[in-house]
Write a protein that binds this ligand. Sequence first.
Ligand code: 2BA
Length: 108
Amino acid sequence: MKLVISIVQDVDADNLVEEIIKEGFRVTKMSTTGGFLKSGNTTLLIGVDDKKVDDLLEIINENCKTREVTKTIQTINIPGQAMIPVPIQVKIGGATMFVLDVEEFKRY
Ligand code: 2BA
């Protein structure tokens, strides 16, 4: 068994969870915050049979889109130590995934 941890954008999360459940997987949805953008994203925990991992990754791939956002970063102007806001474009991936081996799985 594997545990797939998938970090996706909030806008894709509800549709994705519906598709995952429709295809017979079980999923836990958590509200999380990206460290870089400091804005909300969604982390899904999905326990899955080894043979089904590719099917699951395909569903995630089909339901998540890459998007660009503008983030304003504050740079320091050393002489006056004033903070200067600089907008930068950031491409957020459709999904970031970790696939872990599960040592033991129990349900009571
Ligand atoms: P955030 O940390 O808010 O990052 C959002 C996007 O900002 C990233 O998209 C990436 O394009 C960019 N980014 C992140 N750190 C950066 C940096 N130090 N310099 C320049 N650009 C940077 P994704 O890579 O698609 O990541 C989306 C979200 O997935 C991340 O949100 C974070 O919550 C999670 N994530 C990505 N890689 C991770 C990892 N190795 N470990 C844990 N969480 C990760």
